[in-house]
Design a protein around this ligand. Structure first.
Ligand SMILES: [Zn+2]
Length: 95
């Protein structure tokens, strides 16, 4: 049997349901902006956001993406965007 994308999704759903309610990468992508906002206000009380935060901490791709988003949000808030050169340096270092 060919494992199609849809079959895989159904499988993942089943796996997710066997565990405690846990956010998925999709949930994470959908709500990360809201979570960042809550984190910056130091006020994460929403159970849904806590589930997503838990996912971010457990999931490497999401944590990396979240780190970038969080950095952007922080720089936005502090109005401390680096110059183009500094950004390129950071990208070089990350590789
Ligand atoms: Zn994830």
């Amino acid at each position: 049997m060919r494992v199609t994308h849809i079959n895989l999704d159904a499988f993942m759903l089943k796996v997710a349901r066997t565990r405690e309610v846990e956010a998925s990468c999709d949930d994470c992508a959908k709500h990360s902006a809201r979570l960042i906002e809550a984190l910056m206000q130091g006020n994460v009380q929403d159970q849904e956001l806590l589930d997503i935060l838990h996912h971010v901490l457990m999931c490497l791709p999401c944590s990396q993406e979240f780190q970038v988003l969080h950095d952007c949000a922080r720089m936005d808030a502090e109005d401390s965007w680096p110059s183009m050169d500094e950004m390129w340096n950071q990208i070089d270092q990350a590789q």
